[in-house]
Design a protein around this ligand. Structure first.
Ligand SMILES: [Cu+2]
Length: 77
């Protein structure tokens, strides 16, 4: 039982560390200038990008990844 518990804790830890917000932000920044989006979509994209960074800095990486994921979807990445 103890082994299972340790494995579960280790898995949780690796999931927490696996968040990839900075790389997502970099990917978004790289694609953003070349993106052909309407003004409204571009504004939405920028706010998602900012939200992602804000959440990331606040330690809310799940929320960050969600916002950045939306932004990536808009860019087709
Ligand atoms: Cu993060």
């Amino acid at each position: 039982m103890k082994k299972v518990l340790i494995a579960a804790v280790a898995l949780n830890l690796s999931l927490a560390l696996a968040h990839n917000c900075p790389n997502d932000m970099k990917a978004i920044d790289a694609k953003m200038s070349a993106a052909k989006l309407s003004d409204a979509d571009m504004a939405k994209l920028k706010s998602l990008r900012e939200e992602g960074e804000k959440f990331h800095k606040a330690g809310k990486h799940d929320d960050s990844m969600k916002a950045l994921g939306e932004a990536k979807k808009m860019l087709g990445i």
